[in-house]
Design a protein around this ligand. Structure first.
Ligand code: PLP
Length: 377
């Protein structure tokens, strides 16, 4: 069955004739009938139905949902890594994941190797004993596209576990497991749910690894609640339509803002100036819905720019129906030092635009007007 068909279908059992999978808002289940689910921190039918749907989309042997994307990141790493093991992480990823690995896990006794932006920088570590590689398939916020197949061929399965955070790509643009990743991870708070109204996470892939992760999820407790599972499933039904439409608008905006006075560089993999332009088409099936661009700070004030926007919402998130904008140095990546941001390619004037479903003309005129109001006089 095609993914686009699968995503709108709910496998509803029972005699009610309900069209959609219901919310089982129950903390526990009566024994002996409720033996399969017992207690909702451990297992819940609404959450299980969502996980199974994402498992099918991603091709996961097994998978679990979490109370947040960070719940998925931390539980996965705490389950697969212990003191003395070695983790290789990209420098240019979501700051909380980066800090969890380079500070929390490092303080815990894990050896941490950090790769500069780009797949080649990861491959430089091919002669090291690496237990786990943590990557983002489209990085946050410079949109580098990571070549999972090349990484897999340099780091054999059985020796190195590859964990891919595919929050920016979603299964619409990429299936990391089919490219050689052992696990795929999502913040469901973003494009997957798509309405800026829930926080959730998912990780899935190899069954042997998921068994360890699931045991720890049950114990550490970052489990998803049934209400959230319902909302994520409802939002996900339009994932393909949203991603294609927003990706289309994002590509067009990326091409057009490159020529606006006050914009220095546009980071978008389908533009020729992007370092991953040549390989982009082989790795992703469609256009990302995020565009990052750098304002010329000698002429434009980024804070004034954000406060001059009237349609686009300044917010610490992405992936919703409404277009949002983030200034990573003062928002999503503020916890990194300036030196770390520079090495990750996150320049002081960078803006991350998450394109929603508004009209392209309205979005472009909002961006243009706000830039013209923010020139330093
Ligand atoms: N991964 C990426 C790429 C993200 O952008 C985020 C959050 O912005 C996370 C993980 C964490 O997800 P959550 O906010 O759901 O904990």
């Amino acid at each position: 069955m095609n993914d686009q068909t699968r995503i709108v279908m709910d496998k509803v059992e029972g005699e009610t004739g309900s069209l959609v999978f219901p919310i089982y808002q129950s903390s526990a289940f009566q024994l002996p009938k409720g033996e399969k689910f017992r207690y909702s921190r451990e297992n819940n039918p609404s959450v299980e139905a969502l996980c199974e749907k994402i498992n099918e989309l991603e091709g996961s042997e097994a998978g679990n949902c979490f109370s947040s994307g960070m719940g998925a990141v931390t539980t996965t790493l705490l389950s697969l890594i212990s003191p003395g093991k070695t983790v290789l992480v990209q420098r240019d990823i979501f700051a909380r994941s980066y800090i969890f690995i380079t500070q929390f896990l490092k303080n815990w006794g894990v050896n941490v190797l950090v790769a500069d932006p780009g797949t080649d920088s990861i491959l430089k570590f091919r002669d090291h004993d690496v237990d786990l590689i943590f990557i983002e398939s489209i990085t946050n916020p410079t949109l580098r596209v990571t070549d999972i197949e090349r990484i897999r061929s340099s780091f054999p399965r059985g020796k190195t576990i590859i964990v891919t955070d595919a929050t920016f790509a979603t299964p619409v643009l990429q299936k990391p497991l089919s490219l050689g990743s052992d696990l795929v991870l999502h913040s469901l708070s973003k494009f997957m749910s798509g309405h800026n109204d829930v926080i959730g996470g998912y990780v899935g892939g190899r069954k042997d690894l998921m068994t360890l992760i699931d045991q720890n999820r049950r114990m550490l407790g970052p489990s998803m609640d049934p209400n959230t599972a319902f909302l994520v499933n409802r939002g996900m039904k339009t994932l393909f339509v949203r991603m294609r439409q927003a990706g289309n608008t994002a590509f067009s905006i990326a091409e057009k803002i490159a020529g606006i006075d006050g914009v220095k560089v546009v980071h978008y993999p389908m533009l020729e100036n992007h370092p991953d332009f040549l390989r982009y088409g082989e790795m992703l099936d469609g256009e990302p819905a995020i565009v990052s661009f750098e304002l010329d700070l000698s002429r434009v004030d980024p804070q004034k720019f954000m406060s001059s926007l009237t349609l686009i919402l300044p917010a610490n998130t992405l992936g919703g129906l409404s277009t949002t904008i983030t200034h990573p140095p003062t928002m999503s990546h503020r916890t990194l030092s300036e030196d770390e941001r520079n090495r990750a390619g996150i320049k002081p004037g960078i803006m991350r635009l998450s394109v929603g479903l508004e009209s392209e003309d309205d979005l472009l005129s909002d961006l243009k007007n706000a830039i013209s109001k923010s020139f330093i006089t």
